[in-house]
Design a protein around this ligand. Structure first.
Ligand code: ATR
Length: 279
């Protein structure tokens, strides 16, 4: 009997998780299957109860259930609690569900080596993705300056208050128009909003160039398109750019590690990158 894994979300047509984990299980010669469980919101409670009674080893959880799953867990890892979202479940031997968030580790993966040189960070957005970014960054170390900029300044303010309560660290808050009026240079500029995503190509949340210096990293969590207008503009100005593909693979690798205690080798990561770029 193979070990059973799956992803819970709605819709799931465009999820890359089944492909990534199936490839990884094959590469490690593990007898395991990974299925997509597309669950309509009206059936959520009943389907989760049914899955919980089965001998699964683990799950990924994606939109729109990363928060909704929390009441069904028996245990919640501390960073997942702070972020307020779970994307990975490990089923323990007694059938309990322990929730984790691996999005923040995926976010950190491509900048890990450069993190010690980053002293100032500008984060655009204040939604779920921004929460993973801000708590992920602060979990590693302190920074001279962390700035949150969001269309709705109130929402950014609420997140800053939560960060202060959890981490006792001050972060600055601005509205989108305010930050453009006072150009300043940051070591890392991150777009966590959906602006510029497939279907909205060409739009940018904010021009990162006036907020950068020669060695600024401009990071967009979007991976489709691979190069958003936000990144194109930064690249044209000679800045270092990063898209969301390494984060996508990184969060999956981290889930896999929680389930199987195996790290994905670089060759596997490279193969995945090639496959995902083809689709
Ligand atoms: P996610 O979980 O992907 O972060 P979310 O919680 O809905 O999704 O948050 C979306 C983020 O993108 C928010 O910061 C949102 O700004 P508001 O808080 O002001 O809504 C931002 N966003 C979405 N569409 C935007 C747009 N057209 N212009 C600027 N910001 C936008």
């Amino acid at each position: 009997m193979p070990d059973l894994y799956g992803i819970i979300g709605y819709p799931l047509k465009h999820s890359f998780s089944p492909e990534m984990h199936t490839l990884a299980f094959a590469r490690f010669n593990m007898d395991a299957v990974y299925e997509a469980y597309e669950i309509e919101p009206s059936a959520f409670q009943q389907r989760i109860a049914a899955l919980k009674s089965e001998p699964y080893k683990g799950f990924n959880v994606t939109v729109p259930y990363k928060q909704a799953i929390i009441p069904y867990l028996d245990d919640l890892q501390v960073t997942a609690r702070k972020i307020g979202a779970v994307n990975t479940i490990v089923q323990t031997d007694d059938g309990g569900w322990r929730g984790y968030n691996t999005d923040y580790a995926g976010f950190l993966a491509p900048i890990r080596e450069r993190l010690s040189q980053i002293n100032s960070v500008l984060i655009i957005g204040a939604g779920g993705a921004a929460r993973a970014v801000v708590f992920g960054l602060l979990q590693r170390r302190s920074y001279e300056r962390v700035v949150l900029v969001n269309r709705s300044k109130d929402r950014a303010g609420q997140l800053a208050e939560e960060v202060y309560r959890e981490e006792a660290k001050n972060i600055e808050v601005h509205g989108l128009s305010e930050i453009t009026q006072r150009p300043d240079a940051f070591d890392l500029v991150v777009n966590t909003t959906s602006v510029g995503m497939h279907g909205h190509e060409g739009q940018i949340p904010l021009d990162a160039v006036p907020l950068s210096h020669a060695t600024t990293i401009v990071y967009d969590l979007i991976y489709n398109p691979a190069k958003t207008a936000f990144l194109q503009r930064a690249e044209q100005a000679g800045l270092t750019i990063l898209n969301g593909l390494p984060m996508l693979i990184g969060q999956a690798a981290e889930s896999f590690y929680l389930w199987r205690r195996k790290r994905w080798p670089q060759t596997l990561v490279n193969d995945m990158r090639k496959r995902l770029l083809r689709t």
